[in-house]
Design a protein around this ligand. Sequence first.
Ligand code: SF4
Ligand code: SF4
Length: 318
Amino acid sequence: MSHANCHGCSLCLLSCPMWQQHRDVQYSPQGLFKALQHNASHHDITPALFSCLLCGACDTLCPENIDITETIKTLRKETFSHGIEAELKQKITSLFTQQASSSKVKIEKHTIILPGKALRSNPMRLTKIQSLLSSEIDTSLSLDDGDDIALALEAGIEIPEHRLQRFLEPLQRAKRLYVSNGHLLKSLRQWLPASELLALGHGLSQLSTLTKKLNKNDLYLIEARSFHHDHQQKITHYDQLRHQQGCQMNLDLQRNAIPTAAGGLNAIKPMLDSKEQAHWILSGRNIQRIIVECAEDEVVMSQVSDLPILHIADLMEA
Ligand code: SF4
Ligand code: SF4
């Protein structure tokens, strides 16, 4: 289904951060698609196109099954081809060159973790995560997180073949990969169909040694982007966890995980206020701790709340 099939039901507005912050229908899939149906130009829709977090919350709500996030990525790609947002494109493509020379070593491991930049900045936590996920078999960290590739995927920028090959080559022998970035996870599933691809936060949330420490005074923040890519499967898992431990989660009435706007494209081209997102998530809750799956969410939450904030891996010692 394409944007031409949008009939304007407004369901996608319910958990859309763009709509929540702007309160202007232009900043929503509904507004974007209506504009396109009336022949709006790429210039007209650029502000909304680049405000979208690609969190995927709208994809699970649309009754017409429009692949909204893929449509937005395609529209972004077209925008660049019209010469719009050239500076942003240049900023992201310059990262490919920097990455290309730092990723030549091959890893021969059964399981590989791609933790991403934010998690890498805490080596002790990373060692802990590696040990938590290494119970039966050898597990190693990828030498290349593919942060530049994730950013390009989010922006709708073409990835040079040589860069993609250099990134994928060491990963091809792995049977299982844990990936913290939701955008990367989705594409890796297409690029490495023989490997088992798991979201890192989701993988940790399956360890009862950690989750048994959750309680009714906790707000547990699911990493929204990877959650929405696997909504059917993950909602069952997180519902069970919520009922078992009694903790609260960043799920709204549609059981859609509300994202913070931390990290990704919004970090290099801020269009939505991540603190406002954090306030939305915390609004009306009576909690004593915040537990996050994603290291970027920890930073945002610490800016708006005095409560203790733990990464899920830190629950081991809690
Ligand atoms: S992906 Fe997220 S931010 Fe973008 S339109 Fe959908 S709900 Fe809104
Ligand atoms: S939920 Fe789908 S059909 Fe309804 S307004 Fe949004 S994009 Fe259009």
